[in-house]
Design a protein around this ligand. Structure first.
Ligand code: PHE
Ligand code: NA
Length: 452
């Protein structure tokens, strides 16, 4: 195989991995989970998991991609052959592809809501609206399957176009424009939040903790979030790692990704909670925090429509730089395995995932709570897909940790890691024992939910 794609610059993997990591997980999920789970205590556990479990698995996943130089499915097949180990490890690639496919299906629907709010903000439709009006507006959006499908289609097609244009012309060039713009907008929103909101209340909510505030559910949510936010266990990082320059340090790159991703979550949290507390709203609103509470805060503030519009553009940019990383591993596999052209492969992945996304669309209206479907199945299709990904993602991470920790030889790992023996020992201890123990703990709690 001499036709491998390789990133243009040494730093491009970092750019692409940060693009994948920074997304709805940071701007939408992290703030509402923190709000629901008592603030500082949640953040403490989250940060611990990022460093003790997230970074070691991030290193392992990148390593598997770079050592195989193939898409996740073909890459795992290649590595198991090289090691004469069980073909069961190939499930890492398959689990990743299945999770990427499922996550893309609902990620795109939720990103679609941000298209709606960008439009609402920039046209000034929400200026002066009160809580009831904004709440009703959100409910009306969710109740309209046609509108949700329209936004979902726009978002997934845009993501597909970028990946379809290729690793260099599409993904790299797209990220070179999107990522700097994101950081600039994030700073604008932070400054706006400090100027117009209650920054002191936000900081004390996020950074003072009482460990007793944290329920077991909070611990689990924090661990699940640390996987989701670093894009782990889904083949995204492995696929990008396959294009990574062999000389770049895995350890330093992984630490940089984790630091940037965590900082973006903190800055977004500070900005969002400044606005929320400044407007006298409550932090524990759940998934509606970004789509109801935040528009309400913007509705009452100077230049709120403009800054709110810019904020939702930030959300969209972050979401699209993540969704392209969900398409790439599957598209790369189809190209390698079936000799498809890149546009064909991307179209297949996008159309299939789009169709699955229609189930998420239906979950908020025709199959929502209170309908016959929901009563029969005990949950909406969206909740079911989310539950499956919540199992597949950590399972993928667990297998990656075990494979890298036990199946790869010392010299192979050293060839990739090129670090001191001490760092190697620390990393191997974490992937061999700590990460598997932590993930198993999450499973013991998630599996019972499957029964309802
Ligand atoms: N890390 C992304 C976020 O925080 C989500 C994601 C998960 C993207 C898995 C790609 C792969 O929004
Ligand atoms: Na993230």
């Amino acid at each position: 195989m001499s036709t491998h794609n390789v990133w243009t610059h040494k730093g491009t993997f970092l750019l692409a991995a940060v693009g994948s990591a920074v997304g709805l997980g940071n701007l939408w999920r992290f703030p509402y989970l923190t709000g629901e789970n008592g603030g500082g205590a949640f953040i403490l556990i989250y940060a611990l998991t990022i460093f003790a479990v997230g970074i070691p698995i991030l290193i392992a996943e990148t390593m598997l991609g770079r050592a195989s130089r193939r898409s996740p499915i073909m890459g795992m097949r290649f590595l198991t052959r090289c090691h004469n180990t069980s073909r069961a490890w190939e499930s890492i690639g398959w689990l990743g592809a299945a999770s990427a496919f499922m996550i893309l299906s609902f990620y795109s629907v939720i990103a679609g809501w941000a298209i709606h709010y960008t439009w609402q903000m920039l046209t000034g439709s929400l200026v002066g609206a009160d809580a009831e009006m904004i709440g009703e507006g959100f409910d009306a959006l969710l109740a309209a399957p046609g509108l949700l499908t329209f936004y979902h289609t726009l978002f997934i097609v845009a993501s597909g176009l970028i990946v379809g244009m290729g690793v260099h012309k599409g993904i790299e060039s797209g990220l070179r424009i999107i990522m700097p713009a994101l950081f600039a907008i994030l700073l604008v929103v932070l400054v706006y939040g400090i100027a117009n909101g209650d920054f002191a209340a936000a900081a004390s909510f996020l950074f003072t903790f009482n460990i007793a505030d944290l329920s077991l559910e909070g611990w689990l949510a924090a661990m699940g979030q640390s996987f989701f936010t670093l894009s782990l266990g889904m083949g995204a990082i492995m696929a990008y790692g396959a294009y990574m320059n062999s000389e770049v340090s895995l350890t330093r790159t992984a630490i940089a990704i984790a630091i940037v991703d965590t900082s973006v979550a903190m800055v977004a949290g500070l900005a969002i909670f400044s606005l929320v507390f400044g407007a006298g709203l409550s932090p524990g609103q759940g998934p509606g925090l970004m789509f109801v509470t935040l528009p309400l805060a913007f509705a009452e503030m100077p230049f709120g429509a403009l800054v709110g519009g810019v904020f939702f553009i930030l959300v969209l940019g972050a979401a699209i730089s993540s969704s392209i990383s969900l398409i790439e591993p599957v598209a790369a596999y189809l190209v390698e395995r079936f000799d498809m052209t890149r546009p064909q492969a991307v179209a297949l992945m996008v159309v299939a995932s789009w169709a699955l996304g229609l189930l998420t669309v239906a979950s908020f209206n025709i199959w929502a709570e209170g309908t016959l479907f929901h009563a029969l199945a005990g949950r909406s299709p969206f909740e079911f897909i989310e539950l499956l990904t919540n199992i597949f993602m950590p399972l993928g991470g667990l297998l990656i940790a075990l494979f890298a920790g036990w199946a790869l030889t010392h010299s192979e790992v050293m060839k990739e890691m090129r670090t001191s023996e001490t760092w190697f020992m620390i990393w191997r201890f974490l992937v061999r024992f700590v990460a598997p123990a932590a993930v198993s703990f999450v499973f013991l709690r998630t599996i019972p939910q499957v029964e309802g």
